[in-house]
Design a protein around this ligand. Structure first.
Ligand code: NI
Length: 202
């Protein structure tokens, strides 16, 4: 995988695992399409087999906090607890597994968040799927926004998003994009650095 030479794009799914995640994994497996999942810790125990299957399929998995708070409104210790609790839930589902990046809910973070020791993975393409709840609108927004190196934000807790994914994958590939995980796009990432795409960080 050489995203310096190829036109890569990372599709990412937040706020799961949930009742539609298994169907999404069926689609990704059938299409041999890698994706990155940002997991809510409190949702992991009810879907531990789904989370383990994500790992088996080679999906990247990262931390999206235990209860999805706005981290900027929390103390440093509270922020750390949000990350640690999610990591513990994950390790219970995937023994020995580590969530090695963080997506702060709402894209909201501060200096304390940067000090948690994880790369922060944001996005440059927001499908607003949670708001439009329309497979066609989500598809249109994903395709219109995608550039080489993009990170596309979606949510696997909405069935319309899962319905959109087969078409999004096919049409991204038809436009010459190679689908990759976030770590294939940016490498391991630097702790405390915020990544918006392959080419934009701060
Ligand atoms: Ni979220």
């Amino acid at each position: 995988m050489d995203c310096a030479a190829q036109k890569c794009v990372a599709i990412t799914f937040d706020d799961g695992p949930g009742p539609y995640t298994a169907k999404l994994l069926d689609i990704l497996e059938q299409k041999k399409a890698p994706a990155t999942f940002f997991l809510i810790g409190k949702s992991i125990p009810a879907y531990s087999t789904v989370v383990a299957r994500q790992r088996t399929l080679g999906m990247q998995q990262c931390n999206h906090t235990q209860t999805h708070p706005n981290l900027k409104q929390l103390s440093a210790a509270q922020q750390k607890a949000q990350i640690d609790q999610t990591q513990q839930q994950y390790a219970a589902a995937v023994p020995g597994g580590t969530l090695s990046c963080l997506r702060p809910p709402y894209g909201s973070f501060n200096a304390d968040t940067r000090s948690l020791g994880l790369p922060l993975i944001l996005w440059d393409v927001d499908t607003e799927d949670w708001k439009n709840k329309s497979a066609s609108v989500t598809t249109q927004r994903a395709l219109a926004g995608a550039k080489g190196g993009s990170i596309i934000l979606m949510h696997d807790i909405d069935p319309s998003t899962v319905d959109a994914v087969p078409g999004i994958i096919d049409q991204l590939r038809a436009k010459g994009f190679t689908l990759v995980t976030v770590d294939q796009l940016i490498g391991a990432g630097q702790p405390g650095t915020a990544y918006f795409s392959q080419h934009q960080s701060s």
